[in-house]
Design a protein around this ligand. Structure first.
Ligand SMILES: Cc1cc2nc3c(=O)[nH]c(=O)nc-3n(C[C@H](O)[C@H](O)[C@H](O)COP(=O)(O)O)c2cc1C
Length: 255
C-alpha cells in the first residue's frame, strides 16, 4: 500500500486553501476543459450525472451576478466564475422523449441527489484546478438570490444553481494560509457515534483556530462565535430561508 504521506493527491488536498484574490491572467479553454473533465470522473448517483456547470467569463455578467448576490469581489475579479447546477432537465427530457413521466422529480430525495452530485463533482474540479496551480473558492452566496441567477443564466425548469466557484491564478499577495480543521477525533467515530466527542474537539480546535487567525492579523476570531453567527439567527441564512419556494419555482418541489 502507498504510504499516505507519499500520496500526491493527499498532499495536494492538505495544501488546500480558499483563494479569493487572483492575478489578471486567464484560465484557458484547455485548463477549463481539463477541470470539468476531472469533475465528470467523479462518482455520480446511479450514474445519472445530474449536474451541469456554466462557465461565466464575461466581466459584465460576473458583475451583475456579484451585485445580485450582495457583492462578492472574488466573483468580479476571477477570470472565470463557475456556476454548478443540479441538473435533472437532461434526464427529464430523456424520459419524456420515451413517454415516461419523471415522477421522482417531485421528491426531496431527487433534490438531494442533484445537490450531492454537484458537491462531489465540484470538489473534484477544485482539486484538479489546484493541481494545475490555480486556486478558487466555493460560493454558496449563489443561493442568496436563486431567481436572479436563473434569470441571468437562462436556467430552465429542473435546473438549480447549488454553488458557485471563482477560479483563477492565485494572487500571492493575498497571503492567506491553510486554515486548520477540527481535530480528527472530533469527526471520526468508530463503530457508533460518540455524542460527547465534540466537546474536547471544539476546545482543542478553538486554540488552533485563534492561533491561525493571529497569524492572519485577526487575533480575536473564535470558531464558536463564527459558527453561532452562521447557524444562530435566521439572518445567518442571508435570505436563503425561502429556499424551498425557490426550488419549487425551478421544478424541484422537494416534497
Ligand atoms: C458550499 C460552500 C460554500 C461556500 N461559500 C462561500 C462564500 O459564499 N464566500 C466565501 O468567501 N467562501 C465560501 N466558502 C469557502 C469557505 O468559507 C471555506 O472553504 C472555509 O472557510 C474553509 O477555508 P479553506 O477553504 O480556506 O480551508 C464556501 C465553501 C463551501 C464548501
Amino acid at each position: 500500500m502507498t504510504d499516505p504521506a507519499e500520496s500526491p493527491v493527499i498532499q495536494q488536498q492538505h495544501r488546500h486553501r480558499s483563494v479569493r484574490r487572483f492575478l489578471p491572467e486567464p484560465v484557458g479553454d484547455a485548463q477549463l476543459e481539463a477541470i470539468v473533465g476531472a469533475a465528470q470522473r467523479a462518482s455520480s448517483s446511479s450514474n445519472l450525472q445530474a449536474w451541469s456547470v456554466v462557465a461565466v467569463r464575461d466581466a459584465d455578467r460576473r458583475l451583475r451576478l456579484s451585485r445580485a448576490l450582495g457583492g462578492h469581489p472574488y466573483i468580479e475579479q476571477a477570470p472565470v466564475f463557475l456556476v454548478w447546477l443540479a441538473d435533472l432537465a437532461r434526464n427529464a427530457q430523456l424520459l419524456r422523449s420515451r413517454g415516461v413521466e419523471p415522477e421522482t422529480l417531485r421528491y426531496i430525495e431527487t433534490t438531494l441527489l442533484g445537490a450531492i452530485d454537484v458537491g462531489i463533482a465540484a470538489q473534484n474540479a477544485l482539486l484538479a484546478a489546484e493541481s494545475l496551480g490555480l486556486g478558487g473558492v466555493f460560493v454558496g452566496g449563489i443561493r442568496n438570490d436563486p431567481e436572479a441567477v436563473s434569470e441571468e443564466l437562462g436556467l430552465p425548469e429542473h435546473t438549480f444553481a447549488i454553488v458557485g466557484m471563482a477560479l483563477g491564478v492565485p494572487d500571492p499577495a493575498e497571503g492567506t494560509g491553510i486554515k486548520p480543521r477540527l481535530p480528527l477525533h472530533g469527526v471520526l467515530h468508530h463503530e457508533r457515534y460518540d455524542p460527547e466527542a465534540w466537546r474536547d474537539a471544539t476546545v482543542e480546535y478553538e486554540t488552533r483556530y485563534r492561533a491561525y487567525f493571529e497569524t492572519q492579523g485577526a487575533p480575536d476570531r473564535s470558531w464558536a462565535e463564527t459558527t453561532s453567527r452562521r447557524l444562530g439567527p435566521v439572518t445567518g441564512l442571508h435570505g436563503r430561508d425561502t429556499m424551498r419556494a425557490s426550488l419549487r419555482t425551478q421544478g424541484f418541489p422537494s416534497e
